[in-house]
Design a binder for this molecule. Structure first.
Ligand SMILES: *Cc1c(COP(=O)(O)O)cnc(C)c1O
Length: 446
């Protein structure tokens, strides 16, 4: 019942809290939710969304929140982006579904052309379109196994790749992703990562540690693929040391291993480049993308070297909804928005405004141990300054305080002691600084 609500938020809207949080309508919805929605689906915030635009979400009680979660890095081009909304409505009135394998349609091909153009690497590329990030990772592994004739899969500590059976096995954190859901897929090997703030290793040293582990514990000749997030997302926006990723790519290529860059979170303009791999100068064999590419519509892709992508026999890849025409139309609109509105530069502007403000907070509050990330993918990590131990209770307290002040922020990190910021890149400087002021208040009150 939206009749009593004010107009949907606009680009420049500030946070506005008009009820207790959660408000009465959100509370009533929550009561209905718990009766029929599986308890396995988390409820991070107790609010229910009614409308959203750019970087602001308005809940069913008329409270307005500055959105630092961006639907977990999905709403890069902004909530209800006009170009995306228009493209979706237009495509929905033409063709909503045929199954691409039954009757093809142009938007699927257009998306594959755009991905071939904008993923890193100057070589012939092909794609397959699927429905979710986890499904993209599953398909990248399938393709790498078929191409190499090998079985083993290598991943890194603190990585996250999804919630299907195989990808649950590829996650670092057993809880909540794997506990009790086993047996999880086998043939997955977890190697040490590079986390310069924590391990103090150079890129070369960290790469040697990763490679030695894989050579000794698995054997390079057994490995079909190494799957790596260029900047680890759920793990806490861990940016690897310089040269680390390139050393892994070189090792993979010397040993016939397919290097897969999991860009589901870091891809599509999020970090100020189309794909974060570019910042590290690497050319992955395969790239997985999802979250940000559809502007809020569900779609994902595996893109990579044509000769690897063609390893599967016809019929081996795909699925009923993969590359749905309405989702494809949204992707085409997202690419066009990034280009037309200079959203790579907007992501850099977010960093330019937000990072110094976070460093100022760090100077004020020694519990902030680290400020890191790139573009509109930034994070702060909390550690107890006296013990050096992770301080998840501080992250949680700031998150709760911010919610009540009208700012939505997600936690991250293996120890839950990281706050990560994934705002739409169209967020204004005023909104960014308003949210930082809320975090400042929160930390001052602790
Ligand atoms: C979110 C995420 C996934 C899983 O994507 P879903 O669409 O939730 O299945 C995979 N890899 C990374 C790096 C992610 O951040």
């Amino acid at each position: 019942m939206t009749d009593t609500l004010s107009h949907a938020p606009t680009s420049s809207t500030s946070a506005r809290i008009v009820t207790e949080i959660p408000g009465p309508r959100s509370k009533a919805m929550h009561e209905r939710r718990v009766k029929t929605v599986s308890a396995g689906v988390a409820a991070t915030f107790p609010i229910y969304a009614a409308s959203a635009h750019d970087a602001v979400i308005e809940d069913v009680d008329g409270n307005r929140f500055i959105d630092f979660t961006g639907g977990i890095g999905v709403m890069t081009v902004g909530h209800t982006n006009d170009a995306v909304v228009h493209a979706v409505a237009d495509q929905a009135s033409k063709v909503t579904h045929t199954l691409f394998a039954v009757a093809g349609y142009e938007p699927y091909i257009e998306v594959c052309e755009l991905l071939a153009k904008h993923t890193p690497g100057n070589f012939a590329k092909k794609s397959v379109l699927v429905n979710s990030g986890a499904e993209a990772v599953e398909n990248a592994v399938k393709i790498a196994r078929k191409h190499t004739g090998r079985t083993e899969v290598a991943v890194l500590h603190h990585g996250y790749h999804g919630r299907t059976n195989l990808t649950s096995a590829m996650n670092y954190n057993m809880h909540p992703y794997g506990t009790g859901f086993g047996p999880l897929a086998g043939s997955v090997h977890h190697a040490p990562n590079s986390s310069p703030f924590h391990d103090g290793l150079s890129g070369a040293e960290a790469a040697e540690r990763t490679i030695t582990f894989l050579e000794k514990r698995v054997g390079a000749s057994q490995i079909a693929c190494l799957v790596v997030e260029p900047i680890q997302g759920e793990g806490g926006f861990i940016v690897p040391a310089e040269g680390y990723l390139q050393a892994l790519v070189d090792w993979c290529h010397a040993n016939g291993i397919v290097y897969v860059s999991d860009e589901v979170q870091s891809g599509m303009a999020r970090t100020g480049a189309y794909f974060a791999s570019e910042h590290f100068g690497i050319e992955p064999d395969l790239v997985t993308s999802a979250k940000g590419i559809g502007g809020g519509m569900p779609i994902a892709a595996v893109t990579g070297r044509a000769e690897i992508m063609d390893a599967s026999h016809p019929g081996g890849l795909g699925g009923t909804f993969g590359g749905n025409p309405v989702s494809c139309a949204a992707v085409v609109a997202v690419f066009s928005e990034v280009d037309k509105r200079g959203l790579l530069n907007e992501a850099k502007r977010v960093e330019k405004t937000l990072k110094p403000a976070l460093l100022d907070l760090q100077a004020k509050y020694p519990v902030i141990a680290d400020v890191r990330g790139m573009g509109a993918m930034l994070a702060i990590e909390f550690m107890d300054p006296s013990t050096g131990k992770p301080a998840p209770e501080v992250a949680k307290a700031v998150q709760t305080h911010a919610l009540h002040a009208g700012v939505l922020i997600l936690t991250a990190g293996t120890f839950g002691n990281v706050l990560r910021f994934l705002p739409p890149v169209v967020i204004t400087d005023d909104q960014l600084l308003e949210a930082v002021a809320v975090m400042d208040d929160a930390l001052a009150s602790l």
